[in-house]
Ligand binder design. Structure first.
Ligand SMILES: [Fe+2]
Ligand SMILES: [Fe+2]
Length: 442
């Protein structure tokens, strides 16, 4: 039984978390057991934290999940979705790769499986388990080369996730149930080594994460562990690498955050602004030009044009912006600023009319920052939680930025002609929503 004393102890420990390198390291054995027992997010034999991730090609579907260590072998079962009752005997069973992971919530087993050979356009149902204890059956549809298709973009979730991000995740799923994938631009949680916060993240994004493959890139808050070889650096915790799967096509040493995948005429690329950018820039050039698609979208955490200009990084801008101009990247998706901010077409750090890149940052969670926009921003919002629906067709790349209450804050399309010239069409008049500035809501 968990007493009030240990619950208070847990709260004190968690409240002190940001000041401590490892909130549980200094606790005695009994206290650690109390913390684990008091957490609703401790692992059990029943599978949880089930997430679909993107693979290079949509005919392979990775799935990851977690159990307590008693589950030594785990499986995914899958079959094409019947219109009536599911007969498990008809399912294909695929063994997972199972590895142990010790976190603040105690020992766990993390499982990863690849469902291969999927038929484009078909719907499947799958469940995960150990042969006795199974998850519910969840369904997903395999992307096929139809036009147009849509995906979701989500900025920082990060704080008070279970309480305040859940409604955004649900609104996004209801608004775009056919998303080919969902992309999250970093700061998924406030501290990436806190497994209880990951429990909140998975609960908030369920069932979306069980029906739409996620593409994630880390932010500064996901990097939570000090580098033992360099006190100024932090490293990506094992939890990140073990609970998600990534297309294994990134630069050596960065394959848990830097990667590309194709869906139809789109190449989607994840970069990692927390680590060495120079090798990523070299890799990006090859990733864009090797198999040129009509549209190139790049996602990473720290904005090139910050909507809090005191947070600008000249070094990052000097490296990335000319590269995006030269490679003719169409759209850059970012987070970190805890605002909504979107530029017009920008080429060589100047506004452009028929070429260049649109830069957008957004926020999902409740942490909010002030707006101090950069020169090229056109549509801005403070004190607003949003999700973005991106629509991809041969002719245009469209983005709708919707508030959690369902209002369309921003809507624009990048049109591209046969010779590659672009035009930006703004379907909602660009505006600034900022309750802190009395007459700014124009
Ligand atoms: Fe951040
Ligand atoms: Fe953040």
């Amino acid at each position: 039984m968990v007493g009030e004393l240990s619950r208070r102890g847990l709260l004190r420990t968690l409240a002190a978390g940001p000041l401590l390198l490892s909130p549980l390291r200094s606790l005695g054995r009994q206290s650690q057991q109390d913390v684990r027992a008091a957490s609703r997010f401790a692992p059990t034999r029943h599978p949880d934290r089930i997430v679909l991730n993107v693979a290079e090609d949509a005919t392979t579907q990775p799935v990851c999940w977690r159990t307590s260590p008693e589950v030594e072998s785990a499986f995914v079962e899958v079959l094409e979705a019947p219109r009536g009752p599911i007969d498990a005997k008809q399912a294909r069973r695929i063994a997972a790769v199972t590895t142990p992971l010790e976190t603040m919530l105690g020992p766990s087993h993390r499982h990863k499986a690849l469902i291969d050979g999927l038929r484009p356009g078909a719907s499947y149902v799958f469940r995960v388990g150990d042969g006795e204890r199974w998850s519910e059956w969840s369904s997903f549809r395999v992307y096929s080369d139809g036009q147009p298709f849509r995906f979701l973009y989500l900025g920082d979730s990060q704080n008070d996730i279970l309480a305040q991000v859940t409604r955004v995740a649900r609104a996004a799923m209801l608004a775009c149930p056919d998303a080919a994938f969902a992309a999250h631009g970093g700061d998924l949680v406030e501290r990436g080594d806190r497994d209880d916060l990951w429990g909140e993240w998975f609960e908030s994004y369920t069932p979306l994460s069980r029906s739409v493959p996620f593409a994630v890139t880390p932010g500064n808050h996901d990097y939570a562990i000090p580098d033992p070889n360099n006190r100024d650096r932090r490293i990506l915790p094992d939890i990140w690498k073990r609970q998600f799967t990534f297309p294994a096509n990134g630069p050596e040493g960065l394959r848990d955050s830097v990667y590309w995948f194709d869906r139809g005429n789109l190449r989607f690329i994840s970069l990692n602004t927390m680590e060495r950018l120079e090798p990523q820039a070299e890799w990006l050039e090859r990733a864009v030009t090797a198999n040129r698609k009509r549209w190139t979208v790049v996602m990473f955490h720290h904005p090139v044009y910050s909507s809090g200009n005191e947070r600008d990084s000249e070094a990052r801008k000097r490296l990335l912006e000319p590269l995006f101009t030269r490679l003719d990247v169409d759209l850059v998706l970012q987070g970190h600023d805890h605002t909504y901010a979107r530029t017009g077409l920008v080429a060589n750090d100047e506004p452009a009319s028929d070429r260049g890149t649109v830069y957008l940052n957004s926020v999902t969670g409740p942490k909010m920052y002030r707006l101090t926009p950069a020169r090229w921003h056109r549509s801005l919002a403070a004190q607003t939680q949003l999700y973005q629906i991106v629509t991809v067709s041969d002719e245009e790349l469209g983005v709708e930025a919707k508030t959690v209450t369902g209002e369309l804050h921003d809507s624009f399309r990048i049109l591209k002609s046969a010779d590659g010239r672009k035009r930006l069409v703004e379907d909602v008049e660009p505006r600034v929503y900022d309750p802190a500035r009395s007459e700014a809501n124009a």
